[in-house]
Design a binder for this molecule. Structure first.
Ligand code: ARG
Length: 392
């Protein structure tokens, strides 16, 4: 690999390394994407130096086959990638994203340490701060480090011989992969925190236990039903997506875990309510004494509401940031209006934006949205331990 050094002009370097036609084409494509990004960056931060920056990038690409974002470009790109996430209802605060620049980091151990620090900083004593940590990008001939987990904190799902699962069934494949890599497994509770699996360039995936002190969890209680605590439910405070690559101006950062705070329905309706997750509606309905012999009693709906009440109440009493779907729907429409005023389209996927509980009681239900797949963006590739599934 070639790095820029003094006394070596770009011209001599170009003559010295005769580019192949394939390189030429790839470089041209990358230069186009970089130019699109730099234009957008300078439109939002008008200032001097756009042409200089572009020619600098062009030189670096011709020399090395890649280019390096400035700290400002990286921060802006990560924020705009959030702004472009058409499935996310929480985008009003996209400007406040804390960007941790760990682009020098490629080793598995260092990546794991960076992730643990991310969790501590994002949690920040319960006042959760939207945060991203960006590790080394892909470069020609060398991939950046990649994290196998879909979130930094997830609960194991252990398959039982009878076909059932102890824990979170969504993570059963990952749990099996971790066990195969030598993870001894946890105590087999319904909430064993999975280890982190990091694949560094050119190395076998490495397994790291997540230190307890960066895993903040909330024990679930219900404001009106003391028995609810006996269910022994808990959930972690920080949702940190770790299996999506950040793409900015043609550069791909495969290791770029990002986190916000929870909206209650993600836990109360989906993680606990889905039949193929913790499947708790029948359990809660039974404890509530509901008549489950007929769908028409709406026992599922009533159980789901009480589960969601418990989630919001417990997070709030524990002093951990959380939001409800009514508030978040309104905020999303405020964000949309703000984007329109700025002359941008705000891509949105209705089926993801509308909350899974009481959809039509929120304003986002009653309208449609434009959608688009924009860059910068967060994109999901193939799953390393379940290659057939790339989207979830
Ligand atoms: N729905 C996912 C979960 O329940 C988290 C997705 C990201 N959510 C967020 N609020 N940033 O864990």
């Amino acid at each position: 690999m070639v790095t820029k050094s003094h006394g070596w002009s770009v011209i001599t370097a170009k003559r010295f390394f005769r580019r192949t036609a394939v390189d030429g084409e790839r470089h041209a494509g990358l230069i186009r994407e970089a130019a699109g990004f730099v234009e957008a960056f300078h439109r939002e931060f008008p200032g001097e130096g756009r042409a200089e920056r572009l020619s600098e990038i062009r030189d670096e690409i011709e020399l090395t086959g890649s280019y390096t974002h400035t700290g400002e470009e990286l921060a802006y790109g990560a924020k705009v990638a959030w702004r472009n996430s058409s499935r996310c209802i929480g985008r009003l605060y996209w400007r406040s994203l804390q960007v941790r620049d760990l682009r020098r980091v490629t080793g598995a151990k260092e990546v794991a340490a960076g992730c643990f620090e991310h969790l501590a900083e994002a949690n920040s004593g319960g006042r959760i701060r939207p945060t991203i940590t960006v590790f080394a990008p892909d470069r020609p001939g060398e991939s950046g480090p990649r994290i196998w987990n879909d979130q930094l904190i997830r609960y194991a799902g252990y398959r039982r011989p009878d076909g059932g699962v102890v824990g979170d069934p969504a993570n059963a494949d990952f749990t099996e992969a971790a066990l195969k890599l030598g993870w001894p497994g946890g105590p087999r509770t319904a909430f064993d925190v999975l280890p982190l699996i990091v694949e560094a360039p050119g190395a076998e995936p490495a397994v790291f236990e997540v230190p307890r002190d960066v895993v903040h969890e909330v024990q679930l209680v219900h404001p009106d039903h003391p028995w609810f605590a006996d269910l022994g439910l808990r959930w972690h405070a920080v949702p940190a997506i770790s299996d999506m690559a950040l793409e900015i101006g043609g550069i791909r950062y495969p290791g770029a875990p990002f986190s916000g705070w929870y909206m209650g329905t993600e836990i109360g309706a989906r993680n606990f309510g889905d039949a193929d997750r913790y499947n708790l509606l029948p359990v809660v309905a039974a404890r509530l004494g509901l008549d489950t012999t007929s769908e028409a009693t709406l026992w599922r709906d009533r159980a789901m509401v009480e589960l969601n009440v418990a989630v919001l109440h417990s997070f709030r009493s524990a002093g951990v940031t959380i939001t409800d779907h009514h508030t978040e729907s309104r905020r999303f429409l405020a964000h949309l209006a703000q984007e329109e005023r700025a002359g941008r389209i705000c891509p949105a996927d209705w089926s993801w934006i509308v909350p899974p509980l009481s959809g039509s009681a929120t304003p986002v239900f009653h309208r449609s949205f434009e959608n688009a797949d924009l860059r910068p963006g967060y994109v999901r590739g193939t799953c390393p331990y379940r290659p057939s599934r790339s989207d979830q």
